[in-house]
Design a protein around this ligand. Structure first.
Ligand code: CAA
Length: 330
C-alpha cells in the first residue's frame, strides 16, 4: 500500500513535468532512504495514544479531534494557564456538541476523559505518535524533536504541525530517526477544517507517510500530500493572496470591509482575506511571508509594508483584540 502511495506521488511529479531523476522524485521513488525494502510489509501499528506538544489554538484542536476519534491524547504544555485554556475549550466544545444533539453526554464525557493535561515532554513517553504544535521557530521545534526522540518508542512517528518550516531541516535534529519525521499540517479551527496537508521530508519513509495518511483519516480528516517547499501548497498560495489584500487596502483600492465583501460574495470565501488574516494572526501571516521570501528568494513574497506596520504596532488580530478590524472583548 505504501509503495502504491509513493508511486502515485511520483506519477504526479512526472505529470507536473519534473524529470524523474530529480532529487524529489528520487526520494519518493526509493532514492536515498528507500533503496532498502521500504514497501511496508508489516501491518500498520494502530495509534492508541497521541501526544500533542503545545496547547495553543492548533494544539488544543488536534488533541480534541484525536480524543473524539477514540485516541488517548496527552496535551503537553509547560504553561499551566495555556493547559487550562485548552481544557476549557475542550469542555465548552463538547458541551455545545451535546446541546446541539451531535453526541450524547456519555460520549462527550468519554471524549474528555481521553485527554490528559501534562507539562513535560517526558509525559509523551509510551505514546504511539506525537504532533508538535508549538511556536513557529525552527530551533525550538528541533529541540523538541530531539527530546521526543529520547522518550518515544521506536515505532512512534514525530509529526510537526508547522505551517511553513522545512520538515527536511527539522528532521536533521534526530539523525537516523529522520524517517519517522513528517509534516501534519492541520487548519484552524481544527475540529471543522477537513484538510491535513501531509508533508514528506526528504528522509520521511513511505511507511511513515502511509501511517500518517491513515491516522488523518481515522481523525476524520482528508489527507493530501505536498512536497517540502516553503509554505507547502496551502500557505504558498494563501499568504500571497492575503498579502495582496493588504496592498489593495494600502493603495486605497477599497476599504477593508469592502475588500472582504468582494472576495466573500465574488469568490464564495467563507471569510474575506483580511478577516482571515486577523483570524490566523497578523504576526503569523507576516512570519510565513518572511519564510516564503527567505526560502524562495522572490521579492513578491515580501510582506506588505502595511501588514508589517500593524504587526509592529501590536495589532495582531483576534488574539490582541485589534488587527485589521476591532474585536472588543465580551
Ligand atoms: N472549535 C470548535 N467548533 C467551532 C469553532 C472552533 N474553534 N469555531 C466555530 N465552531 C463551531 C460553532 O460552534 C458552530 O457550531 P454549530 O453549528 O454546532 O453551532 C459551527 O462551528 C459554525 O460556527 P459559526 O457559525 O460561528 O461560524 P461560521 O459558520 O461562520 O464558520 C468558520 C466559521 C468555520 C471559521 C468559517 O468562517 C471558515 O471556514 N473560515 C475560514 C477558515 C480558514 O480558512 N481556516 C484556515 C486558516 S489557515 C490555517 O489554519 C493554516 C495556517 O497555516 C495559517
Amino acid at each position: 500500500m505504501g509503495a502504491r502511495c509513493a508511486s502515485t506521488l511520483v506519477d504526479r511529479i512526472r505529470a507536473a513535468g519534473v524529470p524523474p531523476e530529480s532529487a524529489v522524485a528520487a526520494a519518493f521513488e526509493g532514492g536515498a532512504h528507500r533503496g532498502r525494502s521500504d514497501t511496508i510489509a508489516r501491518p500498520m501499528t494502530k495509534v492508541n495514544s497521541l501526544a500533542v506538544l503545545g496547547a495553543g489554538t492548533m494544539g488544543s484542536g488536534i488533541a480534541l479531534v484525536a480524543a473524539q476519534s477514540g485516541i488517548r491524547a496527552v496535551q503537553i504544555d509547560p504553561a499551566r494557564a495555556q493547559l487550562e485554556r485548552a481544557r476549557g475549550y475542550h469542555a465548552k466544545t463538547m458541551a455545545r456538541a451535546v446541546e446541539k444533539g451531535k453526541c450524547s453526554a456519555a460520549d462527550a464525557e468519554q471524549t474528555l476523559a481521553r485527554i490528559t493535561y501534562k507539562d513535560a515532554v517526558a509525559d509523551a513517553s509510551g505514546c504511539d505518535w506525537a504532533v508538535e504544535a508549538v511556536i513557529e521557530n525552527g530551533d525550538i521545534k528541533k529541540q523538541l524533536l530531539k527530546e521526543l526522540q529520547g522518550v518515544l518508542p521506536a515505532h512512534a512517528v514525530m509529526a510537526s504541525n508547522t505551517s511553513s518550516i522545512s520538515i527536511t531541516d527539522m528532521a536533521t535534529a534526530v539523525g537516523a530517526d529522520a524517517h519517522r519525521v513528517i509534516g501534519m499540517h492541520f487548519f484552524n479551527p481544527v475540529p471543522l477544517m477537513k484538510l491535513v496537508e501531509v508533508i514528506n521530508g526528504l528522509a520521511t519513509s513511505a511507511e511513515t507517510t502511509e501511517r500518517t495518511m491513515e491516522l488523518a483519516k481515522v481523525m476524520g480528516k482528508t489527507p493530501v500530500a505536498a512536497n517540502d517547499r516553503a509554505g507547502f501548497v496551502s500557505n504558498r498560495v494563501l499568504m500571497p493572496l492575503i498579502n495582496e489584500a493588504f496592498y489593495a487596502w494600502m493603495e486605497g483600492v477599497a476599504k477593508p470591509a469592502d475588500i472582504d465583501e468582494i472576495m466573500k460574495l465574488g469568490c464564495n470565501f467563507p471569510m474575506g482575506p483580511l478577516r482571515l488574516a486577523d483570524f490566523i494572526g497578523l504576526d503569523v501571516c507576516h512570519d510565513i511571508m518572511m519564510v516564503l521570501h527567505r526560502e524562495l528568494g522572490d521579492p513578491k513574497f515580501f510582506p506588505c509594508p502595511l501588514l508589517r506596520q500593524l504587526v509592529r504596532s501590536g495589532r495582531l488580530g483576534d488574539k490582541s483584540g485589534r488587527g485589521v478590524f476591532d474585536y472588543p472583548k465580551g
